[in-house]
Design a protein around this ligand. Sequence first.
Ligand code: NAD
Ligand code: WQD
Length: 357
Amino acid sequence: MKLLVTGATGYIGSHAALELLDAGHEVVGVDNLSNSSRESLRRVEALTGRDVPFVQADIRDRAAMEDVLREGIDAVMHFAGLKAVGESTEQPLAYYENNIGGTLALTQAMEAAGVRRMIFSSSATVYGDPARVPIDENTPTGRPSNPYGYSKLMIEQILRDLAAADSRWSVALLRYFNPVGAHASGQIGEDPQGIPNNLVPYISQVAVGRREALSIFGDDYPTPDGTGVRDYIHVVDLARGHVRALEFLANAVSERPDQLDQSPQAAGAQASANCHVWNLGTGRGYSVREAVAAFEKASGRSVPVQVAPRRPGDIAECYADPTLARQQLGWQAGHDLDAMMRDAWHWQRQNPQGYEV
Ligand code: NAD
Ligand code: WQD
């Protein structure tokens, strides 16, 4: 299949592009380079020996999207979006405009071009502070603690409504837990601008000497060691989950309801015949201190820490029940925490300043 990957030069988009190419698909990348470097896709081309045509454009530019989509695109993997939680609280309009406005323009362009298969980057943030863990897809969506999270929840609803209105559409809403790590080559990885918001990039930058110490945001949570527990998932596993979801959508026969999964689990997962929801996580939670220890082991470097107050909006524990993706997509994460940290470190050590040379 020929895929349009939005946000293709970004962290997850570049890894997905690579896995799509490895699985024999073609990729056209779109990105406005607001939070990424053109270099990432050049490296994907070098790693795969394949061309990745790239269009520098904003997904809000509907005409530009329509032009690209008319070039024989079969499906869209939609990663483009702003994702900094704290920034979204300061600039809610920019986040709603970019994420929701961008998705609306993109889906309208898809409709006009007759491309009606979409895989969307959602987030476990849509569950808010869940009543229980592990979180399966039946867990009601909650109240995200920030506009970024609400933008994901609203986009899910828009895409669900679109699929309900027109059975020619097929949609996958993929709820990621905490993507970390990098491709095993160390050639592509996460390259945050400025001070990292997320744990593993911060730890990596401490280990490589760019920052002094990690602040642990709270050690008084009701968790085994008091620090927050998350379901870290290797970005390559996550990318492979997208390839599986794509293949699932392509093989689904929406005209034949007898072939649809009628299990209570699928029904409860807010899935419909042509709109599916899957958690992409490992099913295991690790604390901040466990993550730091695994990184120190993988890198052989010490990572100084200091305990700081809780970060507003954080929850104590969040990890997936990934059973549905295993059953329906035949997908499960293959990398453990040690592999995630090894690959995060491999990327950081080889690229101490990220893609900037
Ligand atoms: P990223 O910032 O590395 O990638 C997003 C890309 O989208 C960037 O390259 C950016 O330049 C581009 N972009 C943003 N707005 C655009 C626009 N209007 N037009 C064109 N391009 C635009 O982030 P990522 O970590 O790769 O995340 C990819 C997707 O996954 C995002 O939608 C994010 O919200 C979602 N997600 C990420 C995480 C995570 O922890 N990384 C977790 C859950 C969901
Ligand atoms: C992980 C743990 C922190 C940094 C965020 C978004 C979520 C999703 C994934 C996009 C928490 C602790 C962190 C630090 C720390 N993104 N921490 N010191 O908050 O689980 O999820 O990214 O959809 O929407 O909210 O990830 O990596 O920021 O934090 O102690 O410097 O590490 O408190 O317990 P989070 P994270």
